[in-house]
Design a protein around this ligand. Structure first.
Ligand SMILES: Nc1ncnc2c1ncn2[C@@H]1O[C@H](COP(=O)(O)OP(=O)(O)OP(=O)(O)O)[C@@H](O)[C@H]1O
Ligand SMILES: [Mg+2]
Length: 227
């Protein structure tokens, strides 16, 4: 489903990856770890093709970074959901409108929008907050809204960049449980994190980025996919 093949990537003079290889199977869950500056955010940006490699390729379903046209990138993004440490909700819109906005821009009919917003908010347990604005929610609730927004198009892949970075341990656990639940319904998940307590708790595949260059794949002996 996702393949990174022999990728080289540098910012101006900052080399981040050389010979980067990675594969993700449908339905797989993996953590992405590595110290600050190791390239976790860059890795995720290469996957949603916000950045394109200088060498090698990233292939996601039928999209290939070495030949993709700019006009195809929005279609690729509709098959992925992305969440960030700082939630990135629109402050001047209600929870409902934050979610509906994603579907309005793609011309989804109103009835379908209402159904999908309802389903997504139900999935993260926040239907009762649909009329609230982001500043009226706790950090954990805002992240749950961001997750609801990310899954509204039923993505095959969910990318999370430090989704628990601003949250306390208990709330972080809840967010991970939600990601795990989404994964159990078939969506693949890549979750970048500094939070090693969480990584230890959720026994699954772990990818480590090291030396700002290579990727080392560490798989726990007893790694299991969520069932
Ligand atoms: N837009 C940019 N221009 C130039 N260099 C950049 C840019 N973004 C990131 N870098 C550099 O690329 C390297 C990888 O950065 P990246 O943000 O991917 O790391 P990270 O693993 O996500 O770090 P953190 O854990 O702090 O979020 C770092 O050395 C960083 O300084
Ligand atoms: Mg980062």
């Amino acid at each position: 489903m996702l393949e990174i093949n022999d990728v080289e990537f540098s910012y101006q003079n900052q080399e981040v990856f050389t010979g980067l290889n990675f594969k993700l199977l449908p339905g797989e869950f993996t953590f992405l770890i590595g110290k600050s500056g190791a390239g976790k955010s860059t890795f995720l940006k290469l996957i949603y093709m916000d950045l394109l490699p200088q060498k090698g390729y990233v292939r996601f379903e039928k999209y290939d970074s070495s030949v993709i046209k700019n006009r195809d990138i929005p279609f690729l993004r509709r098959k992925m959901g992305v969440i960030f440490q700082d939630f990135k909700l629109l402050r001047d819109r209600t929870v409902y409108d934050n979610l509906a906005f994603v579907l309005e821009v793609t011309g989804t009919p109103g009835k379908e929008i209402r159904k999908r917003v309802f389903d997504s908010l139900t999935e993260v347990g926040l239907l009762h907050k649909q009329k609230n604005y982001p500043h009226e929610l706790s950090g954990g609730e805002q992240q749950r809204v961001a997750i609801a927004r990310a899954i509204i198009n039923h993505p095959v892949l969910l990318l999370a960049d430090e989704p628990t970075g601003n949250l306390d341990p208990e709330t972080s656990n809840e967010i991970l449980e939600i990601l795990k639940k989404i994964n159990s319904r078939g969506t693949s998940v890549i979750c970048a994190t500094h939070n090693y307590d969480l990584v230890r708790k959720f026994n699954t595949r772990i990818i480590k980025l090291e030396h700002n260059k290579a990727v080392k794949v560490v798989i726990k002996p007893k790694a299991v996919l969520y069932t």
